[in-house]
Design a protein around this ligand. Structure first.
Ligand SMILES: Nc1ncnc2c1ncn2[C@@H]1O[C@H](COP(=O)(O)OP(=O)(O)O)[C@@H](O)[C@H]1O
Ligand SMILES: [Mg+2]
Length: 254
């Protein structure tokens, strides 16, 4: 069963076709790797799925429903969350607040509740804070809850971004190079975290250039080249594909 399908998804930037008639599926409950050379359209694909960029043509279907053209907050509300290749955090808020504010859209209380300081709102505040703390525990940042993000080692900032993406309780998580810039220990931890997310029932689309990461965690790989799907299969299958070696893997050794 696919949780998400793209159908001939295309995005042009002027004369450049960054994503070109891309059709692929993300199986539910699995980790799907999205790999390919620099500039092959991986981040653009995530931007299209998450509604950050509109598609030029083609469509995205999530759990049987077309979500093409939905604004990012609508996509998030439906259960799709993402991280960015360039980390985006609220630098003036604490680590805990960064996760906590991401839960805002989950609030059931309305403006009237806020103005009157209602019981419902304070109960929601407490529940949200508890949930945010659980997410920090999940990613190993609970003891850093009161720090500012700038005081975290670089790799930990990536873990915080993942915790924040999880705050909206996604069913599908899109991770754009989550291990970039991590040291060896952080790298091992992030691989373990991605596996734990799968065991929690979260489907993952993983953009990653470290083949060690891809080989160790993915169930299924889609290979892009110049915005097009070059190959698809298990890691063992694509690793032996002459076209993939020519376009991408062969160059990694250099
Ligand atoms: N906002 C943009 N405006 C113009 N060109 C873009 C934009 N975003 C991406 N591109 C171009 O689209 C292509 C694919 O980029 P990207 O999706 O970031 O590749 P990848 O993530 O695989 O490295 C590249 O040639 C890139 O320069
Ligand atoms: Mg990218």
């Amino acid at each position: 069963m696919a949780i998400l399908k793209t159908d001939n998804l295309t995005r042009r930037f002027g004369g450049l076709v960054a994503v070109n008639n891309l059709s692929f599926e993300i199986p539910e409950g699995k980790i799907t790797g999205l790999i390919g050379p620099n500039g092959s359209g991986k981040s653009t694909t995530i931007n299209l799925i998450s509604g950050v960029l509109p598609a030029s043509s083609g469509s995205v279907e999530y759990r049987g429903r077309k979500i093409t053209g939905y604004a990012p907050h609508m996509v998030a509300r439906m259960g799709i969350s993402r991280t960015y290749q360039q980390i985006r955090l609220f630098e003036k808020m604490t680590v805990l607040e960064n996760v906590y504010v991401a839960r805002n859209m989950m609030y059931k209380s309305g403006l009237a509740d806020v103005l009157m300081g209602s019981k419902r709102l304070s109960a929601e505040d407490r529940a949200n804070e508890k949930k945010a703390m659980e997410l920090l525990e999940l990613v190993g940042l609970a003891d850093k809850a009161d720090e500012l993000p700038k005081n975290l080692p670089y790799g930990y900032r990536r873990f915080l971004e993942i915790a924040r993406a999880l705050a909206t309780e996604p069913k599908l998580l899109l991770l754009d190079e989550p291990a970039a810039g991590m040291n060896r220990d952080e790298f091992m931890e992030v691989m373990d975290l991605v596996r734990r997310l799968r065991s929690m029932g979260i489907s993952v689309l993983l953009v990653e250039h470290t083949m060690e990461f891809v080989e160790a965690v993915v169930d299924h790989v889609v290979v892009l080249n110049f915005g097009q799907k070059l190959a698809e299969g298990t890691f063992a299958q694509i690793e032996k594909d002459p076209q993939v070696i020519e376009a991408y893997l062969g160059k990694e050794e250099l």
